[in-house]
Design a protein around this ligand. Sequence first.
Ligand SMILES: [Zn+2]
Length: 177
Amino acid sequence: MPRVIDPDDDIPEEEDEDYEAEEELSEVEPCPICDSPVGECDHLLAAIDRTYSEIESGAIFAHERSILDMIERLVVLGADALKGAGASPALVHAATLIEGDVAGGMNMGDAVSTNFPHLVEALCAMLEEDGEVSVTEGEVDEGGEEAWSYANLWSEDAEGAVERLNRRLQGLLDELE
Ligand SMILES: [Zn+2]
C-alpha cells in the first residue's frame, strides 16, 4: 500500500494556536476583587471585546439577547423621550446618533444595526452606573496590525447588577412604550 502523506502533518497549527491563546490571556488583567484569572470566579459581570463590540462572557452573557432587545426598543423611541424618562446619558447618546442617521436618509433598522457598537457601549455604561462595578481595560497585541481592545466589568454581586439593569430597562419601556 502506498503511504498516504497528510500535507498538514508537519504543521502543528493547533498547538501554535493554543500557545498563543494562553499568551493573550496572561496579558488580560485578573479580577480586581479576588485576583482570579478571567473566567475563574463569579465576579465577572461582562467581558466586552471592544474591537468587535461583542459580549464574550460574564454574568450578563446569558441575558445578552434580552437586554440588547430592550436597548434596541428604547433607542428607537428617540433621545428626547429617553432624556425625559431619566435614561442613562449613554443611551440618550446612542439614540441621538441613530436619529442623525435616520435624518440622513437611513431606515430605522439599518440605523440601529450601524450603531450597534454604541448600543454595546451604552450597555457597559449602564452597568458601570450601577455603582459597585470595577472596570479593567486594555489592549492585547496579537502581533497583527491592530491591537485587540477589551473591557472587563467586575462586581461583588454580578448577578444582582444584571437584575438591576433588567429592571431599569424594563421600567423605561413600561413608561415610554
Ligand atoms: Zn473574582
